[in-house]
Design a protein around this ligand. Sequence first.
Ligand SMILES: [Zn+2]
Length: 410
Amino acid sequence: MITAVFGDALLNPATGETTRNAVVLIEDGRVTSAGQRNGTQVPHDANQVDAEGLTLLPGLIDCHVHLTSLGEGLDFARELTTPPTLELMRAVRAARRTLDAGFTSVRDAAGSPAGVRMAIDAGYFPGPRMFVTISALSQTGGHTDSHFLCGADLDIPLPDRPHMVVDGVENMRVRVREVIRAGADWIKLCTSGGVLSPGDQPHHSALTLEEIQAAVHEAATHGMKVMAHAQANAGIKNALKAGVATIEHGIWLDGDAIEMMLDGGNALIPTLVAPHWVIRHAEAGKMPAYAIGKARAVIDDHKASIRQAIESGVKIAFGTDTGVGPHGSNGEEFLLMRDLGMEPIDCIRSATTVAADTIGMKGVGRLEAGCWGDVIGVPGDPLENLELLSKPENVQLVVKGGEVVKRLNG
Ligand SMILES: [Zn+2]
């Protein structure tokens, strides 16, 4: 089947150029051409999608989401009364909202088992293309150790979601193999503490260099890369030394860490919006007290750290940690990136070309022949007005693989 999407304009993030009176042709899910209407042969049996008034661009990519997290604050009583199947079903609604916000591809940074990706690919429910990490591996007492002081443990391993706590080099090797066996596309480690975990601190490193190296080596053997939840300076540096590909959050970068990232070509995924959501949930009474204090304590350092990385030319890939905030709110991150000095075109690249290259997902982030026919449309020029990408209601058209999955009439 052939689909022809007609828009007022087409923004190519790779070149930064905008083409007027554009058409994107999609056949069997893949782009066959994208450019000016004049000179494009549109087959008359094509399914015509009228996106007059809209600027078209490739579907957006979020490199850090948690589709099985509710995004409505942290309520331990609620978690204790949530069966694992219900937790899984949260991904159905989250996937729809993510797609509606214009994000047609995501990397899930833990929570979603491979079955969520498989279900979306099979068309059981609408959602973005996914890469999954399944389990976020951390040390005993670390960021994903869900033991509480009372002795209860909220991390219930599932057959397809291995236990998240692991210590020691040999155990790390085995656990990474288990996560890969369960269908992971990326490996996720926590090389520092975090804001939402009760028993650790964001400025403390976690896992030893040897443990991280073991994970990186084991992943590489399977052609996979590692992402690190890394907030503490020492945790960032350990991750980089060990060969981790992407640094998530990066609250306390310094000149040396930035130098290492530039040398290694690593990408930074800032997730600037995440601490804002912790504070917003807290103000609504939906966050435990320990998390509020930690979020308030890190927010300014986080901004300063990311600003320094932007100014130094570190590769920035778009990621939000949505699942902390509500699904569908991903686009707000664009405004926070811009506020720290990123040009609008670089903000858009971070969620298209740069994100695709960073996570290594083929055929996304671009509208070249052979890429997936993932197209979104907004009423105006996002280079002039980034707000157009920041709210789901501004994303009036979403096409995934040539199929219209959202159409609002503005
Ligand atoms: Zn996260």
